[in-house]
Design a protein around this ligand. Structure first.
Ligand code: SAM
Length: 204
């Protein structure tokens, strides 16, 4: 898998990843991480947690990757084809304000991206997914209907979810992602959070 270090990248194999994550009981994977601000904030405030940021767009990741602490790394990968070495790695998954092909696939029960997220998760792993109204409406969904659709797609993949909750401007301001700040101070701050736990089918 391709790890970005700044202007350069390097290939990281399964052994390399295992040695980087060794000793960390908590492993957070942030999918569609954008500029990596969320990953850096989590890694700096939670030294017991290894934090991986994944995004399909390498330009987004360059600056954050340069300043990444030892418990964080950034991978260039498409959520539709996540590296097999990430299988069952995550004790936490976050997806903050997806757009583009990531959001489209999360809304489509016939696209397997929710299964790809499930493949990342250890049994009992938590998931937090945040959606914003403007991205949903550009896909033809209202905020509530879009949140219900994404929840249904995730449930089919084995996630047990609580009902979606609205995020107000204050909640957005306190969330350490660039997109949350843009929304909080923008003209359309409507957003929701979907939270739950991965319980593979047949496990309690
Ligand atoms: C609106 S930005 C949000 C970035 C960040 N999570 C935040 O809250 O600031 C959406 C991100 O999803 C990424 N993305 C879209 N489709 C993707 C895919 N199929 N695989 C991985 N990343 C994807 C984009 O490159 C972009 O960085």
């Amino acid at each position: 898998m391709e790890q970005i270090l700044g202007r350069t990248t390097q290939w990281l194999n399964a052994d390399g990843l295992a040695s980087r994550t060794h000793g960390y009981h908590h492993r957070l994977v942030d999918v569609g991480t954008g500029d990596g601000r969320f990953v850096l904030a989590q890694a700096r405030t939670r030294p017991d947690t290894f934090v991986l940021g994944v995004d399909a767009c390498r330009e987004n990741l360059r600056t954050a990757a340069r300043g990444a602490p030892g418990n964080a790394l950034f991978l260039i990968a498409n959520a539709h084809m996540l590296p097999p070495s990430l299988a069952a790695l995550a004790t936490e998954i976050t997806v903050n304000f997806p757009w583009g092909s990531l959001l489209t696939a999360l809304l489509d029960p016939d696209r397997p991206v929710a299964d790809r997220l499930a493949a990342l998760a250890q049994p009992g792993a938590t998931i937090s997914l945040r959606l914003n109204g403007e991205a949903l409406s550009s896909n033809g969904w209202s905020l509530d209907a879009g949140a219900a659709q994404v929840s249904s797609v995730l449930r089919r993949a084995g996630f047990v979810l609580s009902p979606a909750q609205r995020l107000d401007a204050h909640a957005l301001r306190t969330l350490p992602t660039t997109w949350a700040k843009r929304l909080a101070f923008g003209r359309d701050p409507r957003a929701v959070t979907i939270q739950g736990v991965f319980r593979p089918h047949g496990c309690r």
